[in-house]
Ligand binder design. Structure first.
Ligand code: SF4
Length: 243
């Protein structure tokens, strides 16, 4: 019996599947290499409300400033009820190292008040919902964007999500895992499909460290980069250097 000719559609589907498999393998190799280079750090707390404070403080500043402000604040106010009752000027003073302290102090107090009213002061109830329901609820809070919501889900509820920060957003495009014009959600969906279940938290941590040390926004250190053999830009630069 004659074999059925392979239709174009079947061929295209097969090519796509192969491509996805190759990209997944490339991602595994990249994460393994980065795992040999960087350490998995633990988050400073597992408490959902304190994590929320940390994500607000970290906006538009570096980790050192965030940590300084966070430590000062939580020595005085560490529960939603305490923060909801706190004087905004006192919050401002405590969180000054994080920058934008006027806006952030108002936001923190507002969030604490909402948590007291909506969840009777128990922010953990949000994170016990299904991932999608919790994400939608977190996104409805003032100042909580996609990255913050996913950080809370990952570190506060141990969900298998991959929060996309500015480093990961940039690196995904440079590595060709996302298209140049992709927005935050498109990058996240593409990356979560490529990173196997159980490794998304690890991917988040390693890619951030990679962006800080090698794949910087300006002047990435491609020559020293531990994954340059798996990156289209690294490969192009190496070829040019050999010419
Ligand atoms: S080769 Fe360059 S662009 Fe590619 S991941 Fe490394 S540092 Fe980033």
């Amino acid at each position: 019996m004659a074999l059925k000719p392979v239709t174009n559609r079947a061929r295209v589907a097969g090519d796509l599947k192969d491509r996805r498999t190759n990209e997944r393998r490339r991602m595994v190799t990249i994460l393994d290499r980065l795992g040999a280079e960087f350490e998995l750090w633990r988050r400073y707390t597992d408490d959902p409300f304190l994590l929320l404070i940390g994500t607000v403080l970290s906006q538009n500043t570096n980790w050192r400033n965030t940590r300084a402000a966070y430590d000062r604040l939580v020595t005085k106010f560490k529960t939603p009820r305490q923060l909801a009752r706190a004087d905004v000027r006192e919050i401002q003073k405590l969180i000054k190292p994080a920058g934008l302290y006027r806006m952030k102090s108002r936001r923190l107090k507002e969030l604490a008040q909402i948590i007291c009213q909506r969840y009777d002061g128990n922010f953990g109830t949000v994170l016990r919902k299904s991932s999608e329901a919790a994400r939608q609820e977190l996104l409805s809070l003032p100042g909580v964007g996609y990255k913050s919501a996913d950080v809370l889900l990952l570190f506060g509820a141990r969900r298998d999500v991959l929060p996309i920060d500015t480093h990961i957003f940039r690196i995904s495009k440079r590595l060709g895992f996302a298209a140049r014009g992709d927005d935050h959600e498109e990058v996240r969906i593409k990356l979560e499909k490529l990173v196997q279940r159980g490794r998304r938290g690890e991917a988040h941590i390693f890619l951030i460290q990679h962006g800080r040390r090698y794949c910087r926004a300006r002047n990435p250190l491609c020559g020293e980069c531990p994954i340059n053999r798996f990156c289209p830009i690294g490969i192009r630069r190496a070829k040019r250097a050999r010419l």
